[in-house]
Design a protein around this ligand. Structure first.
Ligand code: AHG
Length: 338
């Protein structure tokens, strides 16, 4: 079969009426920026990109040099194309307007420029996550409040993994598709169309070091998985935790599995660990479009009405039967408490 490039795929999606020209251009620009991030990431120590930047981001987290570099690459690439009304990033408190000298488009772009940044210096896969929303029609100067749209309104979502291969996984709400970067010709090429995540799985991902801080229903659910054949589930489960959400989600998108970053006593006041607008929502859209499920443990992630640009939520996502099982335990515990 002849290889299908990302550009060809975007033209097909346009002809199918799934996206307009502006959104197609936006995805091309994001993909091109991510190729540059991939090159910067790949240089490692030789490019002087490892280590701390010596600054903190809006959430008070220490930034790595590559967090800052990746953020700048995405901002710069998207400033002048005329397809965006504004950008928002994990690394910036407020949305970044489009400079006055450039035309403005109808879309809002949100991104985590370099997810899993604790893994950069140890040469483990990291990634970029992004989400695209429509700018409300009557808004010419978008502010944070205009980004606060539920995940169900996303027009597109994607992530890029910078690993042994550089991969782009993308959805426009018509299936989830994977593109592998052909490094020789510099082109993202379709490698899997209409990915399906199996409903059932024997593999889960969670940071077990937080176990003692979890809520009771999470303790119950994971306790039963760990009990394996001898417990109520009657079979053994395997565990993986990369600590780069992109890499953990990509494993699930490839062979099934379930990923949890639940609420725990340490992070309860923040609402969770992962960010709704540029981590949980895009990943939920991608996973649902591949037949999986994504909840906060209580409700569907994409139904959450956002209240802040950098809002955090608990995340349960992946093979639908396990996500539903864990979510049921939380709902049962809530109703028992009245
Ligand atoms: P960041 O965006 O700061 O790189 O956060 C990484 C996220 C996510 O990628 C990963 O699943 C999780 O944090 C790992 O958290 P722990 O270190 O608590 O395991």
């Amino acid at each position: 079969m002849k290889p299908v490039s990302l550009i060809q795929f975007l033209i097909e999606e346009r002809r199918a009426g799934h996206i307009n020209t502006e959104l197609s251009l936006l995805i091309e620009v994001v993909a091109r920026a991510c190729k540059r991030i991939g090159v910067a990431t790949g240089k490692g120590a030789l490019g002087g990109v490892l280590g701390a930047a010596g600054t903190d981001n809006v959430q008070g987290e220490a930034q790595k040099k590559l967090d800052v570099i990746s953020n700048e690459i995405l901002l710069e690439a998207n400033a002048w194309g005329g397809h965006l009304a504004a950008c928002a990033s994990e690394e910036m408190e407020d949305p970044q307007p489009i400079p006055d000298m450039y035309p403005k488009g109808q879309h809002l772009l949100l991104f985590d420029p370099l997810d899993g940044s604790s893994n950069i210096d140890v040469n483990i896969s990291v990634g970029t996550i992004f989400s695209v929303l429509r700018c409300p029609d009557d808004v010419t100067d978008p502010k944070a409040e205009h980004f606060l749209q539920a995940g169900t309104t996303q027009l597109a979502a994607g992530y890029v993994v910078y690993g042994p291969s550089t991969l782009l996984v993308l959805t426009f709400g018509h299936g989830t598709h994977e593109f592998t970067l052909d490094r020789e010709i510099g082109s993202f090429t379709l490698s899997r169309r209409d990915i399906r995540i199996p409903e059932q799985t024997g593999e889960f991902a969670i940071n077990m070091s937080n176990q003692r801080h979890w809520e009771a229903p999470m303790q119950r659910y994971i306790g039963e998985l760990l009990a394996g054949k001898d417990g109520p589930r009657g079979r053994d489960f395997n565990m993986r935790w990369v600590a780069s959400m992109v890499a953990d989600v990509h494993r699930i998108v490839t062979r099934g599995g379930v990923f949890f970053y639940p609420l725990d006593a340490k992070i309860k006041s923040k609402g969770g660990k992962l960010r709704l607008m540029y981590e949980a929502n895009p990943m939920a859209f991608i996973v649902e479009q591949a037949g999986g499920a994504a909840t906060t443990g209580r409700e569907r992630i994409m139904d959450v009405q956002p209240t802040g640009l950098h809002q955090r939520v608990p995340v349960f996502l992946g093979s639908s039967q396990e996500v539903e099982h864990a979510t049921r335990y939380h709902r049962e515990a809530d109703s028992a408490q009245g």
